[in-house]
Design a protein around this ligand. Structure first.
Ligand SMILES: *Cc1c(COP(=O)(O)O)cnc(C)c1O
Length: 397
């Protein structure tokens, strides 16, 4: 049977693999040998599921959004990852990986972060599990995301400002890898999305797959059938989307719609729409689509949403797009802002700017009145209020 999941060699079609320096080969190999054994062990599952329930607050609701449904002429359910502890889906993955690190005998957690959301999730779990934590963050981002930096510090993490390159996410990632190379024995590197060398994309997808596991049970209860007609999610590196589609990936009855950040428009040079604009390259140890210039140098992406401006894309999603299993749309800044105001005014839910890109695809769809749509609200909008207020005059109704 055709599958869109990872193969034995760590590839999704043409994409994926593990392109790491010689010195990290053993670390990645150890992870590869251990991750499935641990993730599928009874003891891990028990501890992970307990924390998801009592600490994160899962299952997250599957909420039938009546007024939004009415507007788009179909039945729209929202998967409420915004209601998780720390306000987004990233905590699911952070808990899973820190539990794995402990079982592999690692004593120091490192992570990279751009907007700071993954850094905060990792620092939170490290506080909970009493593990020392260092978060690498570009100096530009440290200045732009002061609140998240303060949160990480309050949680006991060390924030390491990175001053190489453009001083943003790509540079923080390089620095985290550099640190890992020089401390391979005791350090565990928590990657925040379905990116990086194999087995990270598969591991992160599995840890986030609780989202679609819950959707199945919740739809069965509320609709009498366990699958929707459409699944919709936004894509930065791809982890909330991977979790949303995981248990439906080979079920062709379900149409997958992914939104990437169009920025000011894909033809403007100010965009983060990697699937539309990227070319095959290697980023973060993975062969995938990368936004790059003619010399193969990675270009700085742009989006109004700090969580979506990654210059690569998870190999799983690059393959889903290439195989036409997923419909991928670029949603521009203004479309996402409009969608965020619409959800706020129709349903009383202020979404994260990232999630607003998933909502921004709704007006571009042609639904039938009998269609059932599940759209993942990956996070809450508290962190984006300043940006929203800047555009209040334009989008208020
Ligand atoms: C980080 C983040 C994203 C983007 O990351 P994915 O791995 O693509 O899910 C989306 N939404 C929110 C709220 C985030 O914090």
């Amino acid at each position: 049977m055709k599958t869109y999941l990872v193969n034995q060699e760590g590839y999704y079609g043409d994409f994926g693999g593990a392109y790491v320096p010689e010195i990290l080969h053993q670390c990645v190999e150890d992870l590869k040998v251990n991750y499935l054994k641990v993730l599928e062990s009874k003891e891990f599952k028990q501890e992970f599921e307990q924390l998801l329930k009592d600490y994160v607050g899962r299952p997250s609701p599957l909420y039938l959004a009546q007024r939004l449904s009415h507007r788009y002429g179909c039945k729209i359910y929202l998967k409420r990852e915004d209601l998780n502890h720390t306000g987004a889906h990233k905590i699911n993955n952070a808990i899973g990986q820190v539990l794995l690190a402990r079982r592999m005998g690692k004593t120091h957690i490192i992570a990279e972060t751009g907007a700071g959301q993954h850094g905060v999730a990792t620092a939170t779990v490290c506080a909970l599990m009493n593990m020392p934590c260092t978060v690498f963050m570009g100096k530009t981002d440290v200045e732009r995301q002061r609140i998240n930096v303060e949160k990480m510090k309050m949680l006991g993490a060390k924030v390491e400002p990175v001053t190489s390159g453009n001083m943003t996410l790509k540079d923080a990632t390089n620095e985290a890898i550099r640190y890992w190379v020089s401390h391979p024995e005791d350090t565990y590197y928590v990657i925040g999305s379905t990116v990086g060398p194999h087995p990270y994309p598969d591991m992160v997808a599995r840890l986030q797959s609780v989202i679609s596991k819950e959707i199945k049970a919740q739809l069965l209860e509320q609709e009498g059938r366990d699958y929707p007609d459409y699944l919709m999610a936004c894509v930065g590196g791809g982890s909330n989307a991977a979790g949303t589609i995981y248990h439906y990936i080979n079920d062709e009855r379900v149409q997958i719609v992914l939104s990437e950040a169009g920025g000011k428009g894909i033809e403007t040079g100010l965009s983060a729409a990697t699937i539309q604009l990227g070319k095959m390259g290697i980023i973060h140890g993975s062969k995938t689509l990368v936004i790059q210039n003619e010399d193969g140098q990675i270009e700085e992406p742009y989006s109004i949403s700090a969580g979506l401006d990654y210059p690569g894309i998870g190999p799983m999603h690059a393959n889903l797009a290439q195989q036409k299993r997923a419909l991928v749309m670029a949603i521009n800044d203004d479309e996402a802002l409009r969608a965020a105001y619409e959800l706020t005014q129709l349903e009383g839910i202020i979404p994260a700017l990232e999630s607003a890109h998933a909502l921004g695809a709704l007006p571009k769809m042609k639904f039938k009145s009998t269609d059932i749509v599940v759209l993942t609200v990956s996070g809450r909008g508290d962190k984006d209020i300043e940006t929203y207020l800047k555009y209040f005059a334009t989008y208020k109704q």
